[in-house]
Write a protein that binds this ligand. Structure first.
Ligand code: FES
Length: 107
């Protein structure tokens, strides 16, 4: 089952209200198949389905980005290969594999 980008009744942090006609992009989030739209940032793609991007390295708090323009460094998430990317300045791509939890060696 593919998790489609949510409608207004779903529970992500953000809700898509416009531009709903762009081509779909499939990606994995924590092993679950998801769908976003072409032109979405990784931050948008994740927050359409989740309340947060990741946990803070310094405490139990969840993080969801802050500046949304590549400055605050609050939105780093992991890819399945262990590398990180800045979610607010990276476009979602077909087949991308993302994780919201740090790899074990980070914890
Ligand atoms: S939200 Fe600030 S750098 Fe991404």
């Amino acid at each position: 089952m593919i998790r489609k980008w949510p409608k207004a009744t779903d529970t992500g942090r953000i809700v898509r209200l416009a531009e709903q006609g762009r081509p779909p992009i499939r990606f994995r989030l924590n092993g679950t198949e998801c769908e976003a739209l072409s032109g979405d940032t990784v931050l948008t793609a994740i927050l359409l389905s989740e309340k947060a991007l990741r946990r803070s390295e310094f405490g139990p708090e969840s993080r969801a980005g802050f500046c949304l323009m590549g400055t605050c460094q609050d939105c780093w998430v992991w890819q399945e290969d262990g590398s990180r990317l800045r979610a607010c300045t990276t476009f979602i791509a077909e087949g991308m594999g993302l994780k919201t939890d740090a790899p074990e060696e980070w914890q």
